[in-house]
Each structure stands twice: as C-alpha cells, then as structure tokens.
Write a protein that binds this ligand. Structure first.
Ligand code: TRP
Length: 339
C-alpha cells in the first residue's frame, strides 16, 4: 500500500513497433486503473538488451514508448512512468534475487525456451535470468497487482515463488503480487492467422496494425484480414477471423459483440471490414495526434522523465535497503552516523 491505495506495477518492452493489440489489450486498460491504484509503469529497457539491439534505435523506441504511455492517457503526475534503467535498484535487487532462484525453475520458463530457439546464436545469461529481473521490477515497488497477458503468467508465478521463499527465510519483506484479472481488454489476434496473437514481432506486416500506421494503411490491412467462407458476421469460435474483427470493432466503438452482429446482419464482409477499418482509424488518429504533439514538447517530457525516475527511485530504494539489511550487507557508515 502507498497511502490508502494498492500498488500496481507493469511494464512493456520498447522493442518492435507497438500494435493495436498492445493498445487495446493492455495500455487502454492501464488508463482505467490509474485512479484506483498507485501505478508504476516502466519502459523495461534493461530487459530489451537480452536480445541484441541497435543502441540508437533502442533509445529512440524507449522514448517513443514513454511518450505513448502519456499520449494514451496515463497522467505522469498521478502515475509513475519511467525507464527501468534509470533506477539502478532494479539491477541490484535482481542480483540478490538471482541467489534465491533455482536453475531448474528458470530452465522451465517457456519464454526462455522459445527465445533461445529463436536466437540460437545468442543464448546469453541475461536471457536466462530475464524473469528474475522481472521479479525485481515487481517486488521493489511492493506491488499488489500486476496486469499481464497470459504469456507472462508463468513469470508472475515465479515472482510469487521467489517472494514467498524470501519471506519464509527473512520475514515479511515482500508483498506477494497477484495477477490483475479484471475487465481485461480483448485479446487481439493476428489479422492473417487468427489462431495467433497479434504480435509486434510478426514477420508479416499485414498481420498487425501498428499504432503509428497511417489511415490508409490501417484500412488496407483490415480489408485484407483473413475471414472465412461463411459470409456471415457472427461472433463464434468457428469463425475466428470474423470473431477477431468483431472484437476489434467492439472495443473501438464500445458496442457489444451481439450489437455488432445485429448491425451487420445480412451485410457482406467487405462492408464490415470497411467499418472496422474506420473504427480503428477513429481510435488511432487522436492517439497519433497526441503523440506528435508530445514529441515536440521536449522539455516537458524531459521533466516528466526526471521527476518520475526520482519518484520511482524513492520507493525502490526503500525496499532495496530493507533487503540488503536482511541478507546481511553492512550498513553504510553515513547512514549509521545519521541515526
Ligand atoms: N516481460 C514483460 C513482457 O515482455 C515485460 C515486463 C518486464 C513486465 N517487467 C515486468 C511486465 C514487470 C509486468 C511486470 O511483456
């Protein structure tokens, strides 16, 4: 708890271009949580270097992501929005937690298995201990809840295990975080293969709508979206492509899937896809406009970055000090003298 509010932590990586799926499935919901919780939203740039990055590109994308958080409606006065790499406590706690995490646990992580299959030439130790850094992110802020997608659930489970293990030895040091499963946003699927999640790392650019795609590109991608030969706009599992488009339309317009079915009864896919395209454009256009405005407000953004890193640092340091003391690191002389 901070004040009378529960704490929420989440983060996103600044690799790849964010998609409509990231926005509708995650970011948009974050905004609705910021009144109820004390929220920390990190741009997790330290996680990004587990895969080789171009430095200039990473820096650019990290700033773009931070701006996007704000453009999407996260108020940086109310939420703590910051770069993970600006708060060194993340690395320090991660080291300590590494010593409370077993090789066997990390070997079982499906994301590690997937990523090491994909980046066979660079299976570095950071890729292996990625979930420990993630645990440090969450535990440093004593987070009560963590909104994560299903793909990160295993990492969150591990975080809980590490925290409970530590608490069992040293007393109540960490809050045990829960996954946030509230009114989750729709899980948006690939436009080209509706059995897969829409992903920023998809090789086929037509599979994803990127948040910064211009209106014509958005319309074209939706027009090309894979459907089926049923020819009916129905919300059912047997029509995964159409179901996905209904989900997209539904989140963008606030209409329920049943209403969408009714609206398009007796109308063809062509017309339906066009409407979905327009609905997406009407959500993305204002967001893009806000991003472009904020990009120009360089000083404002720099101030946000500085103030929020300080805010994050204060909370993180408090937990780190406690942990350091528990494991037996000597007190700093200056702190002893101040007592
Ligand atoms: N690993 C997460 C992802 O790729 C990002 C992340 C890092 C995160 N640290 C976190 C998410 C802490 C939630 C909480 O999606």
């Amino acid at each position: 708890m901070i004040g009378d509010k529960k704490v929420l932590f989440s983060g996103m990586q600044a690799t790849g271009s964010l998609t409509l799926g990231n926005y509708l499935g995650a970011l948009k919901n974050w905004v609705s949580l910021s009144d109820e919780y004390e929220c920390f939203y990190s741009v997790v740039d330290m996680h990004s270097i587990t895969v080789r990055q171009d430095p200039a590109e990473l820096r650019k994308r990290a700033r773009a992501l931070l701006i996007l958080y704000i453009a999407a409606g996260l108020d940086p006065e109310k939420n703590t929005i910051y770069y993970q790499s600006h708060v060194s406590a993340h690395a320090e706690l991660a080291w300590i937690l590494n010593c409370f995490t077993y090789m066997g646990e990390l070997s079982r992580m499906t994301q590690f298995k997937d990523k090491s299959a994909k980046h066979g030439d660079n299976i570095n130790a950071g890729l292996f201990t990625y979930p420990v850094l993630m645990a440090a992110d969450i535990l440093l802020y004593q987070a009560d809840v963590v909104p994560v997608g299903i793909d990160q659930m295993q990492h969150l489970e591990l975080t809980r295990d590490i925290a409970m293990r530590f608490n069992a030895i040293y007393g109540d040091v960490f809050t045990i975080p829960e996954a946030y499963v509230g009114k989750q946003g729709a899980k948006i699927m690939s436009l080209q293969d509706p059995s897969k999640k829409m992903s920023k790392s998809d090789e086929n650019p037509n599979a994803s709508v990127y948040l910064m795609d211009d209106p014509d590109t958005v319309r074209r991608k939706l027009k090309r979206a894979v459907t089926d030969s049923e020819g009916a706009v129905r919300y059912r599992d047997e029509q995964p492509g159409v179901k996905n488009l209904i989900d997209i339309y539904s989140v963008c317009t606030g209409k329920l899937p049943e209403e969408v079915e009714r609206e398009f009864e007796g109308r063809g896919y062509g017309e339906f896809k066009e409407a979905v395209g327009e609905a997406v454009v009407s959500v993305l256009s204002p967001l893009q406009k806000r991003v472009k405005e904020l990009e120009k407000e360089k000083e404002y953004i720099d101030t946000v970055i500085r103030n929020n890193a300080e805010k994050a640092e204060m909370t993180a340091r408090r937990t780190l000090r406690k942990v350091q003391k528990k494991v037996g690191f000597p007190e700093r002389v200056r702190e002893r003298e101040q007592k």
